[in-house]
Design a protein around this ligand. Sequence first.
Ligand code: HEC
Length: 168
Amino acid sequence: MQSSNSPKYLIGSVIVIAILFLIAKLILSNMLAVADGVLEPEPMDAEAVEERIKPVAKETVGEEQIAAAPAAVEEDAAAASDGANTEENSVGKQVYNQVCSVCHSTGMMNSPRFGNADDWAPRLEQGMETVYAHALNGLNMMPARGGNPTLSDDEVKAAVDFMISSAD
Ligand code: HEC
């Protein structure tokens, strides 16, 4: 009886062990499924958040703003160059700021100071042609064309006009 029972017992215990493994597997996979169920909503949320952020980012930091910004800059530049083309003093102002102000803003080397009528009065007595000529050709420490030979006659004269008009 025992010899015939032993294999049965063995087979029985193998089946029991197999069933236990299956149960353990089921429990494990259930746990994994539960874990998946718990973990899954988070990426879903993250995606949802990402999707909610995306359109905002596209609209405010993306194409629209990047496209809008240069347009505004171009408009400003266009407005500025329009002013320079129509008002001669804008050219004069630009040349003065870039070239002449180095000396004429502070009266360096006794140069007539920008906006100082007293400094300019004796200069203007010579007549504008002489004043222009000195600006173009230089006078003592005053360099020809303010030291910038690329300036045109008109640009230098505009700068002179700008400095003198400021002293009125
Ligand atoms: C490096 C300094 C310096 C720079 C830059 C400079 N000037 Fe002068 N400028 C002088 C000095 C110094 C005098 C006075 C010269 C004198 O009377 O001996 C003077 C005088 C003048 C005068 C008076 C001339 C006269 O007949 O009395 C004019 C106009 C003038 N500058 C225009 C300009 C213009 C326009 C620019 C820019 C394009 C310019 N200067 C840039 C130094 C400078």
